[in-house]
Design a protein around this ligand. Structure first.
Ligand code: PLP
Length: 402
């Protein structure tokens, strides 16, 4: 077993393209609920959920059954949007019923970055404007367009090597009311995560998203919410936008939206969406977007969340983590929205050390792209209160080793 695993690791390093210079190199054999296991049967507590993907838990039988059934019925037939495929239609209809009024036309894609690309194009096409505004420390994906809207447009380590990026992009400070004045009648859209994820979990301050909504409406700019990480129950509501009572013109979904399969979407009103049908026709196209197996998985996962009232318990489980960890002497602060937590240690040296201790103790966590002083807790939403307590105990033991 050990030799086989070593061979696999060597082949991984030799043949699987990597952009991480120091991959974790844990071999995954199987996964169930909040755990995954190596071939040697070492158990890991999954505190990442594949970065907010596995909201219904690993190996969820409702999702697995839906995938198997759909794979048997049919997989890929024709490029997106030409055929009537039941999983797409049913999932689009369900999502439209869950989102606020006016968000009822769903364009399916393969990933979060693609959803962002599509949304930006839609906003430019609808408004006839070119300026696009984002929030500092935001992450929206790794393609050229999404990357143009991430982090710090004035220059930074993640982006500089890939310039030139999209023109006419600028960023404002999230939660800064004065910066909203920079959104003008030149602005096609403002792209914003309602709770900033990779900035290290930064929820909006009171009234900020409402003020942002007002400013966009005043100047005729479209408001795009990136709910790729916050959607499908992560923050304690099916979508974070309903938590704050603010409806965007377009919302981007991905990650948990596919129930563990690759699926993204941008959603708007039909009136806005339909402008991609003319000048030019086929304003956005994709071969695999909305793959029937992925839609079947996403649909089964969404129904699972609803039928089992999973989202209703997210807030109390998140609060339980907070109460169990906030008093630990190594913890400086906990920032949280539902079951998306950033546990702030105030030091990247401590954080890197802790990551190694976590691996020894069988915990998988990580830090944030724009915050390497805090670690992430975003387990499957199906985690039980007992499992919250067990994992918090493991985390405390790891923190004691610092
Ligand atoms: N938007 C947010 C808020 C994200 O957290 C991510 C991924 O982490 C993305 C977009 C990009 O999604 P994907 O990796 O599917 O392209």
């Amino acid at each position: 077993m050990k030799t086989q695993n070593n061979i696999l690791r060597k082949q991984f390093l030799a043949h699987v393209g990597q952009t991480s210079p120091s991959p974790q190199l844990i071999t995954v054999d199987r996964a169930e609920g909040v755990y995954f296991y190596t071939p040697e049967d070492k158990q890991y507590f999954d505190l990442i959920s594949g970065v907010s993907v596995s909201n219904v838990g690993h190996g969820n039988s409702a999702v697995v059954d839906a995938v198997c059934r759909q794979a048997q019925d049919y997989m890929h037939i024709m490029v997106y949007g030409e055929m009537v495929e039941r999983p797409q239609v049913e999932y689009a209809t369900l999502i439209s019923s869950l989102l606020p009024e006016g968000l009822d036309s769903v364009y399916f894609l393969n990933s979060g970055a693609e959803a962002v690309e599509g949304a930006l194009k839609l906003a430019k096409r609808y408004t006839g404007r070119t300026e696009m505004v984002s929030m500092r420390r935001a992450y929206h994906g790794s393609t050229h367009g999404a990357m143009s809207m991430m982090g710090f447009p004035e220059g930074e380590e993640w982006k500089n090597a890939f310039r030139p990026l999209l023109p006419d992009c600028k960023a404002i400070e999230f939660n800064n009311f004065t910066d909203l004045e920079q959104i003008s009648s030149r602005t096609a859209c403002v792209l914003c995560e309602p709770v900033q994820g990779e900035a290290g979990v930064r929820p909006p301050v009171d009234g900020y998203l409402q003020a942002l909504r007002r400013r966009c409406s005043e100047v005729g700019a479209l408001l795009i919410f990136d709910e790729i990480q916050t959607g499908m129950g992560r923050t304690g509501e099916m979508f974070a936008m309903t938590k704050y009572g603010v409806t965007p013109d377009i919302v981007c979904l991905a990650k948990a939206f596919g129930g563990g399969m690759p699926l993204g979407a941008f959603v708007s009103s039909k009136e806005i969406m339909d402008c991609l049908q003319s000048n030019p026709v086929l304003g956005h196209i994709t071969t695999f977007g909305g793959h029937p197996v992925c839609c079947a998985a996403g649909l089964a996962a969404a129904r699972y969340l609803i039928d089992n009232s999973v989202v209703e318990e997210v807030e109390s489980k998140g609060a339980l983590y907070e109460s169990l960890l906030e008093k630990h002497p190594q913890v400086v602060e906990i920032r949280r929205s539902g079951l998306l937590l950033a546990v702030e240690l105030g030091s990247s040296e401590k954080l890197y050390k802790l990551m190694d201790i976590f691996i020894e103790k069988g915990i998988l966590s990580d830090w944030f792209l724009y915050c390497d002083t805090a670690f992430r807790i975003s387990p499957p939403l199906t985690i039980t209160t007992e499992e919250v307590c067990q994992s918090a105990e493991l985390i405390s033991q790891a923190l004691n080793c610092l």
